[in-house]
Design a protein around this ligand. Structure first.
Ligand SMILES: [Zn+2]
Length: 117
């Protein structure tokens, strides 16, 4: 089966058929990724994409994600998938700030966040 993300980058259309393809191909992770995009939980900063998860924000860069699931299993996680879908469809919130700058403004110490970057 062709990777649905490859098709989505060509068509840029997230319709019912594409949704079924994504959840069929990626199973639970695919469904979770679609839910993230549907709830507008993907943000694009100047430096990174950030996904708002259930227990915090995750930094996604390319195929890398700062979440536990990614670090432990090393597999593509729902957050990385959500960013792929968001990029292909343009469905993300554009924030004209550096992510670390935004964290500082929110009073969060960016150096305490584990990103491994
Ligand atoms: Zn993740």
């Amino acid at each position: 089966m062709t990777n649905p993300i490859d098709i989505l980058y060509e068509t840029n259309i997230l319709d019912e058929r594409m949704r079924k393809h994504i959840s069929g191909y990626y199973q639970h992770r695919g469904e979770k990724a679609l839910e993230i995009v549907d709830h507008d939980r993907v943000k694009r900063y100047r430096d990174f994409f950030v996904v708002v998860g259930e227990s915090g924000e995750y930094v996604v860069e390319g195929n890398y994600c700062s979440c536990e699931s990614f670090l432990h299993r090393g597999n593509i996680c729902a957050h990385v998938l959500a960013v792929y879908i968001a990029r292909a469809t343009g469905r993300y919130e554009l924030i004209d700030l550096w992510y670390y700058q935004d964290l500082k403004e929110q009073g969060v110490n960016p150096y305490r966040i584990q990103t491994n970057i």
